[in-house]
Design a protein around this ligand. Structure first.
Ligand SMILES: [Zn+2]
Ligand SMILES: [Zn+2]
Length: 1004
C-alpha cells in the first residue's frame, strides 16, 4: 500500500459544518504520520495562516486549498435566482496558484449569492498554478454521473482538462454513494486519460466525533439533534484502514490512486505570501529616518523640551535605535500622519490608548499626548524587543468622525491597499450551553443552572476563568444536570469553535502590495474585509491600525464647539487646574469618563488629596486585583500617613521606583523597573517575567528566574530580603496594571471633568444628547438638579430635537424625550413650525404619525420636573406600602447621610460568590465550601439603583429563608426592593427584607 494524503479536508472555518481548528486537524494528521495535508474549507481561505503555522510546527507539508461553490454561469445564477451550487476542490500547486486562489476567493465574494460563488469561466481565467479535483458528491461531475449523463460529464471533464492540463483530476470518495457511480467514473477516466484521486473529505477528525458535526448542522439549521442525520466516515482515516475499506468496496488499482494523492502532495509547493511593511508616502524627498527626525524636532520645539537634559536625550536615542532596527519607522510615520490629519480636520483623538503612551517618539510625533518621561511610562511596554509582531498603536477617535480618517487612509495609500478586518465569533461557554440546550431540548432552567457557575472573561482579562468543563467538575448542581441530561456535556466540545464571520470593530489593514495579492478580500455589508483575522494578517507583514471609535470624544468635541472654543485647545487643557481637581476630590463624577464606577468613587472618597497622579492611581486601585490584594488599602493608608505595611521603600532604588505610589507596586512598569534597575535583568527577561506573573498558570516558569535574581541582588540585600522581594513581586505583579493605559484614560477623564467644571451647561446638554440609556439619563438629570439646574419638560413649539439650555441654569428637554417621537419626527414638527395641538389638525404633514400625536398628548401631563414614576416603572412611594416598615418616612429613602433605616431599589449587578471564588482560586487556595452558591450561608450583593451602587448584605438567617430568591433576582436581573439597616460609614445595607418584581419592559 502506498502513502495516502488527504487532499480535501475541512476545519472549523467551514462554519457550522466542520469540527476542528486548523491546529486540531493538523495534530490528527500528525498522529496518522501524514507527510502532507490539505485544507479546503467551504468558500473560505481564512484558516490558511493558522493551518500553515500548525503544519510547520508539526513538520507536515501544508497544502493550501479551497472548496469553491460554482455554477455554470454567474449571470444566469443572478438572473434565475439559482441557489443550488456545485462544489469543486481547488489546491495551490505553486505560489502563482496560491495568488490565483486568493483571487478566486475574492471574486467569489464579489459574486455572493447565498454563498461566495464562481463559474467555470472565472476559474479558467485564473487557472495558472491551481490543481483541480473534480469535487465531492455535490460536484457537477458526480451529479451528472448520478443522473446517467455520461456524455455531458465527459464533455465537462475534457473542457477542464484542456485548461488545466495535468492539473485536473477525477475525484472520488469512500462513501457509499460514490461507490455507486464509481464504475462510470472509471470509464470516464479510461476514455479521457484523466487520473482518479481519492479523498475522504473529513469534516471532523476521529470516528467518535461524527455526532459533533450533526450538532453543528442542527445549530446551523435551527433544529434539534437527529441521530439519523449523522454523517459517518467523514473523519481523517488511517491509511491502511482506508485502503482495506475501499479495496473491499470496489476492485480497483487503489495503490495507483493512493500514489496519485502522494504525487499531488509532492507537487504542491506554494508558500504563504507575505506583504511587506508599507512605506510612508510623503511629498518630501527625505528618507523615512530623516523624516522621523525632522518631525521629532518639531515636537521638541512644540513641547518646549529643548535642553531638557540627558534623560530625554538618552531615551530618544534608545527608542530611535529600536524603532529603526525593528523596521517600524514607516509604521510610526503612517500612524502619526493619520492622527495629525485627524486632528487638523476636526477629529478629536484620544491621548493614545495603551502601550504607545510609553514612547517619547510617539509623544513628539503627536501620536500620544502625555510626556512619558514626566509620567514614568516605559518604552518597553510599547515595543517588546522579544516579540516579532509589530507594536500596537491603538488610537481612540471621535466616533462620529472615525470613518473620515479611514477614508483619508484609502486616498493616501490606495483603496486596494486598505481594508477592514475580519473577525470570527467563537462559541463561548454560555453561548455553547444555550445552543446545546436548544439542540437537545434541555429545559431552559437546567441550562441556567449550569450557566450561572461559568466565569467568562473578555479582552485580555487574565483573571481566573471557569470553562464549561470546570463547571461540571466543581459544581455539584451542574453535575446533577449533567447526570440527568448527559447531552449537556456536549457543550464542552463546542467551546472555542467558530460560529460566524463578522467585521472587526476598529482595525484597518494597510499594505504596500494590493491586498488581494496577499490575502483574499471578502465583502460584508458593503464593507471590504480581509479574509484573515487581525493576528494572522499582521503575521503576514501587513500593518494594522486600530481606529477605535469613542463616543466620549465626540461629546467632548461638541462641548468645546458649543462653548465656542477650538477643538485643538482640548490638548492644551492644563493638568493642574484646581477647580477640576477639586471636583474629583468632591467625587462629582456623574457623567465623567472612566470615573463613574462605584469602586472608583470609593477610592476617590478616601484619597486625602487629588492631583493628576492620583487620578491615574485611582483607575488602577479601583480594579478588582488591587482591591483584593490589599494594595489599594495600603496605598491609601500610606498616603494618609497611617501605616507602613508592605511598603517597598526599604531600599533606595526600590524607594525611587515606588516614590509616586507611596511605596506600593501597582503598575506593571514598576515590576519591569525593579527587575531591570534593581536586579539588572535584560529587557527580554524582565518582559517575560512580567507576562508570566500576570498569567494564572505562569508561576512555575516565573520561579525559574529566581536564581538570576538572587545572584544579581546579593550585594544589595540579604537572602531573606531577596526571597521576600521576589515573592512580593509575584503577588503584587499579578494585579499590577498597565500604567501607560491608565495614564491615557485618566487624561480623557480629566478633560471630561474640566468641561463639566468650566462648561457645565454645554456638558449636560451634550451628555444628555448622546446618552441612549434612560437610566443614565436620569442620573445625569438628578446630578444637574443637585447643582441647581431646572429641568424643563419637552414642549411643543419650544423644545428642539435635542436638549438645550434655556436661560440660566435651565435645561429644556428634547421633543425626542417623549416616547414614540423619534428624531425624524421631531425635526419634521420643528421644521413645520408646530406650536400647538391645533397645528396637527390644520397642517397636513406627512411623516408625523398617529403614534407621535398620541405620545404628545400623553406628555401634556408631563410638566415640571422629573416624572414621579421612577424609571423602573414602580412608584417610589409604593415601595413603602409594599414593605410597610412603619418606622420609615418617605424622606428617608436613600438619604444615606441622615437615616438609619434604608429602603432602596434597583438591580443586583454582582454577587459575592464569584469574587470570593476567584480571589481564592487565584491564590491557589481551596475553593471548597464556596463552590456551591446555593449552599452558601450568606451573600454579599452589589445593588445598582438609579443614582449609585451599594452593597447589600444578606445574613445567614435571611439567606436561609430567601437565598433562592436572591439567586433568581441576580440571575434574571429582576428589580428588587431592599429594606434594612445602614452600616455606618459605608454604602451598605444589612438587609431585613427583599422583595422581587417581575421585569418591566423598558422602552428604548
Ligand atoms: Zn463538498
Ligand atoms: Zn468538502
Amino acid at each position: 500500500m502506498k502513502d495516502f494524503t488527504d487532499l480535501h479536508s475541512h476545519s472549523t472555518y467551514s462554519l457550522l459544518d466542520a469540527f476542528g481548528t486548523p491546529k486540531q486537524i493538523v495534530l490528527r494528521a500528525q498522529s496518522l504520520q501524514r507527510k502532507a495535508l490539505a485544507i479546503t474549507d467551504h468558500g473560505s481561505i481564512s484558516g490558511w495562516i493558522q493551518f500553515g503555522k500548525a503544519c510547520s510546527e508539526a513538520e507536515i507539508k501544508p497544502i493550501f486549498g479551497y472548496e469553491a461553490y460554482a455554477v455554470d454561469s454567474l449571470a444566469e445564477m443572478f438572473l434565475n435566482k439559482q441557489r443550488k451550487k456545485n462544489h469543486i476542490t481547488l489546491l495551490a500547486e505553486s505560489d502563482e496558484g496560491y495568488r490565483n486562489l486568493l483571487k478566486v476567493a475574492t471574486l467569489a465574494y464579489d459574486n455572493f449569492y447565498y454563498f461566495p460563488t464562481i463559474d467555470w469561466n472565472l476559474l479558467c481565467e485564473n487557472s495558472e498554478g491551481i490543481i483541480v479535483l473534480s469535487g465531492c458528491w455535490s460536484s457537477k461531475l458526480q451529479r451528472l454521473l448520478a443522473n446517467g449523463e455520461q456524455e455531458e460529464a465527459e464533455k465537462w471533464a475534457v473542457m477542464m482538462k484542456d485548461v488545466f492540463k495535468d492539473r485536473f483530476f477525477l475525484e472520488t470518495q469512500h462513501y457509499d454513494l460514490h461507490m455507486q457511480t464509481f464504475d462510470k467514473l472509471k470509464v470516464l477516466s479510461e476514455r479521457t486519460a484523466i487520473p482518479i484521486v481519492l479523498t475522504c473529505d473529513p469534516h471532523y477528525q476521529t470516528p467518535d466525533q461524527a455526532y459533533i458535526q450533526e450538532i453543528l448542522h442542527a445549530i446551523r439549521d435551527k433544529r434539534t439533534f437527529e441521530a439519523e442525520k449523522i454523517i459517518e466516515k467523514a473523519f481523517q482515516w488511517e491509511s491502511q484502514q482506508l485502503f482495506d475499506y475501499v479495496s473491499e468496496k470496489f476492485d480497483y488499482d487503489w495503490d495507483r490512486v493512493f500514489s496519485t494523492t502522494a504525487e499531488i502532495a509532492e507537487r504542491c509547493s506554494a508558500k504563504m505570501q507575505t506583504g511587506s511593511f508599507p512605506s510612508f508616502i510623503s511629498d518630501s524627498n527625505l528618507s523615512g529616518r530623516d523624516l522621523l527626525l525632522s518631525e521629532c524636532k518639531k515636537g521638541i520645539e512644540r513641547y518646549g523640551l529643548k535642553g531638557k537634559g540627558k534623560r530625554y536625550n538618552d531615551r530618544f536615542k534608545r527608542e530611535l535605535e529600536v524603532i529603526e532596527e525593528k523596521g517600524y519607522v514607516d509604521y510610526i510615520l503612517i500612524a502619526a500622519d493619520l492622527i495629525r490629519w485627524a486632528k487638523e480636520n476636526g477629529t478629536l483623538v484620544g491621548s493614545g490608548r495603551g502601550s504607545s503612551a510609553g514612547s517619547l517618539i510617539c509623544y513628539l510625533l503627536g501620536i500620544t499626548s502625555l510626556d512619558p518621561i514626566e509620567h514614568d511610562l516605559l518604552f518597553e511596554r510599547f515595543i517588546d524587543v522579544t516579540r516579532t509582531d509589530p507594536p500596537d498603536i491603538d488610537t481612540d477617535f471621535d466616533a462620529l468622525r472615525r470613518d473620515l480618517v479611514k477614508e483619508y487612509a484609502k486616498q493616501k495609500y490606495g483603496a486596494d491597499k486598505v481594508c477592514d478586518i475580519a473577525t470570527f465569533a467563537k462559541f463561548k461557554g454560555k453561548n455553547s450551553l444555550d445552543e446545546i440546550g436548544k439542540v437537545y431540548k434541555i429545559p431552559r432552567n437546567k441550562i441556567e443552572i449550569v450557566k450561572r457557575y461559568l466565569i467568562e472573561r473578555s479582552g485580555g482579562d487574565m483573571r481566573v476563568e471557569l470553562t464549561i468543563q470546570d463547571t461540571f467538575d466543581i459544581a455539584p448542581e451542574a453535575k446533577e444536570v449533567a447526570e440527568e441530561y448527559p447531552a449537556v456535556l456536549d457543550a464542552c466540545v463546542l467551546e472555542g469553535q467558530l460560529r460566524h464571520l463578522a467585521v472587526h470593530a476598529a482595525g484597518v489593514l494597510i499594505s504596500t502590495r494590493p491586498l488581494d495579492e496577499v490575502i483574499a478580500l471578502y465583502k460584508r455589508d458593503d464593507r471590504v474585509i480581509s479574509s484573515f483575522e487581525m493576528r494572522d494578517a499582521s503575521s503576514l507583514g501587513l500593518i494594522k491600525v486600530d481606529f477605535l471609535g469613542l463616543d466620549e470624544l465626540s461629546i467632548q468635541r461638541e462641548i468645546f464647539e458649543m462653548a465656542g472654543r477650538e477643538m485643538l485647545d482640548i490638548y492644551k487643557i492644563p493638568l493642574d487646574d484646581l477647580e477640576t481637581l477639586q471636583a474629583f476630590k468632591n467625587v462629582d463624577v456623574q457623567g465623567i469618563f472612566q470615573y463613574v464606577g462605584d469602586s472608583t468613587k470609593s477610592v476617590l472618597r478616601q484619597l486625602p488629596y487629588v492631583d493628576f497622579e492620583q487620578l491615574i492611581a485611582c483607575l488602577t486601585l479601583s480594579k478588582p486585583g488591587p482591591a483584593h490584594s490589599g494594595s489599594a488599602t495600603r496605598y491609601i493608608a500610606k498616603m494618609r500617613g497611617s501605616g507602613n505595611v508592605g511598603s517597598f521603600d526599604w531600599h533606595p532604588i526600590l524607594a525611587e521606583i515606588t516614590s509616586k505610589t507611596f511605596g506600593q507596586i501597582i503598575y506593571q512598569e514598576q515590576i519591569i523597573r525593579i527587575l531591570r534597575e534593581f536586579a539588572n535583568f535584560s529587557v527580554t527577561d524582565a518582559n517575560t517575567c512580567r507576562v508570566l506573573i500576570a498569567k494564572s498558570k505562569g508561576e512555575q516558569e516565573f520561579h525559574r528566574y529566581y536564581p538570576i535574581f538572587e545572584r544579581e541582588v546579593k550585594d544589595k540585600i540579604s537572602t531573606e530580603q531577596a526571597k521576600h522581594l521576589w515573592d512580593s513581586i509575584k503577588v503584587f505583579g499579578r494585579y499590577a496594571f498597565n500604567r501607560s493605559h491608565a495614564a491615557s484614560y485618566a487624561m480623557v477623564g480629566y478633560w471630561s471633568m474640566y468641561m463639566k467644571t468650566h462648561y457645565a451647561d454645554e456638558f449636560y446638554v451634550c451628555k444628555l444628547n448622546h446618552e441612549a440609556k434612560k437610566e443614565e439619563k436620569l442620573r445625569l438629570l438628578m446630578d444637574a438638579a443637585k447643582k441647581g439646574y431646572e429641568i424643563l419638560p419637552p414642549l411643543l413649539g419650544v423644545s428642539g430635537a435635542t436638549w438645550a439650555i434655556e436661560g440660566e441654569k435651565k435645561l429644556r428637554a428634547a421633543l425626542t424625550e417623549i416616547d414614540g417621537i423619534g428624531e425624524k419626527t421631531a425635526v419634521k414638527m420643528i421644521e413645520e413650525g408646530y406650536s400647538c395641538r391645533e397645528d396637527f389638525q390644520n397642517k397636513k404633514v406627512k411623516g408625523v404619525t398617529v403614534r407621535a400625536l398620541k405620545a404628545l398628548e400623553t406628555a401634556q401631563g408631563f410638566q415640571g420636573d422629573i416624572p414621579k414614576e421612577d424609571f423602573f416603572g414602580i412608584h417610589k412611594y409604593d415601595i413603602l406600602d409594599i414593605l410597610a416598615p412603619e418606622r420609615v418616612k418617605s424622606e428617608d429613602i436613600r438619604d444615606w447621610d441622615k437615616s438609619y433605616f434604608i429602603v432602596t431599589a434597583g438591580r443586583f449587578v454582582e454577587m459575592n460568590y464569584k469574587d470570593i471564588f476567584e480571589e481564592r482560586a487565584s491564590r491557589g487556595q481551596s475553593t471548597e465550601g464556596i463552590k456551591n452558591p446555593d449552599k452558601a450561608k450568606y451573600a454579599m450583593l452589589l445593588l445598582e439603583d438609579e443614582t449609585d451602587r451599594c452593597l447589600v448584605h444578606v445574613d445567614r438567617y435571611l439567606f436561609d429563608r430567601i437565598g433562592s430568591d436572591v439567586w433568581k433576582a441576580y440571575n434574571e436581573q429582576m428589580f428588587v426592593v431592599v429594606s434594612g439597616v445602614k452600616v455606618d460609614g459605608w454604602r451598605m445595607v444589612r438587609a431585613r427584607e427583599i422583595a422581587l418584581y417581575a421585569n418591566h419592559q423598558e422602552e428604548s
